[in-house]
Ligand binder design. Structure first.
Ligand code: ATP
Length: 266
């Protein structure tokens, strides 16, 4: 497959220049501790981070540096000890559980290492699950969007297949289609290539990069893999719950070097 065939031919977003001016996600002075007193663990210490609309950001750092905690709080899956997180201008730290559930359903997409597809549903039903969960029948535009996405992801002939009938790479492409189909404000990808071989990994990363670059989809990806991070246009490094480096596109070699330095210090 060439990079061109990996590019989802989705309609370009409207008012891209206006969208680019405001951060799609803003984390201000975020701290998170687990436990209390002598058993307390500080997972995040005063993290401030802005993600621009349409950006593809990799979040890296040694084991235990706070990557998952940051992603969980940004996605409204865990609460902050202090600080705020805004998504598309909404302060999610002030929302109740019901509002958070709706926000996750409508404004956030997720791609996980283990694909997390529903085994009893075929690929089409898995992709359309966000609409189903929202009690919403896709309109003509949403159905057309689903079909163009499926075509771009090379899944057209697989729509009637259930997850166990698909390869790992195909399952992850179904998961990406499911994450993109509602055009969420932000897609969180948690080690999306962790279970894939290197050829499927590159396909998946090229698809995520194309969704960001060509269709203004904002993506935040947690990864340990320097090759995966080299597909992003920004790399944020955490160590001991703090942002210790924040840089633009970098080669896998440069990222590897920095990770080794951070791990040696951890
Ligand atoms: N539920 C919890 N209870 C207690 N401590 C926790 C909990 N979740 C995370 N921690 C601690 O918070 C710190 C940050 O953990 P986190 O999982 O965010 O790191 P990570 O960078 O995602 O690690 P990894 O790369 O190994 O997945 C670690 O010291 C961890 O042990």
């Amino acid at each position: 497959m060439t990079p061109e065939t990996l590019t989802p031919p989705l309609p370009a977003r409207q008012h891209v220049s206006a969208a680019r001016q405001a951060p799609i996600a803003e984390v201000l002075n975020l701290s998170k501790s687990f436990g209390s007193d002598s058993a307390a663990v500080t997972a995040l210490a005063n993290v401030t981070l802005r993600l621009e609309a349409g950006s593809f950001t990799a979040i890296m750092g040694p084991s235990g540096s706070g990557k998952s905690t940051l992603m969980h709080i940004m996605a409204g899956l865990d609460s902050a000890t202090s600080g705020t997180v805004s998504l598309g201008g909404t302060d999610i730290t002030r929302l109740d559980d019901r509002a958070l559930t709706l926000l996750r359903r409508r404004r956030i997409g997720f791609v996980f290492r283990s694909f997390n597809l529903v085994p009893t549903l075929d690929a089409r039903q898995n992709i359309l699950l966000p609409f189903e969960l929202d009690g919403h029948t896709p309109d003509a535009e949403e159905s057309a969007r689903m079909l163009t996405l499926v075509d771009a992801l090379g899944l057209t002939a697989r729509l009637g297949h259930r997850p166990h009938e698909l390869s790992g790479g195909q399952q992850q492409r179904v998961a990406i289609a499911r994450a993109l189909v509602t055009r969420p404000d932000l897609v969180f990808a948690d080690e999306p290539t962790g279970n894939l071989d290197s050829a499927s990994s590159r396909d998946v990363l090229a698809l995520l990069a194309a969704a960001s670059r060509e269709h203004d989809q904002s993506i935040a990806m947690v990864t340990h893999d320097p090759v995966a991070a080299s597909f992003a246009d920004r790399i944020v490094f955490l160590a001991d719950g703090r942002v210790v480096d924040d840089r633009g596109p970098s080669s896998a070699h440069e990222i590897s070097r920095l990770m080794l330095e951070l791990e040696a210090r951890a």
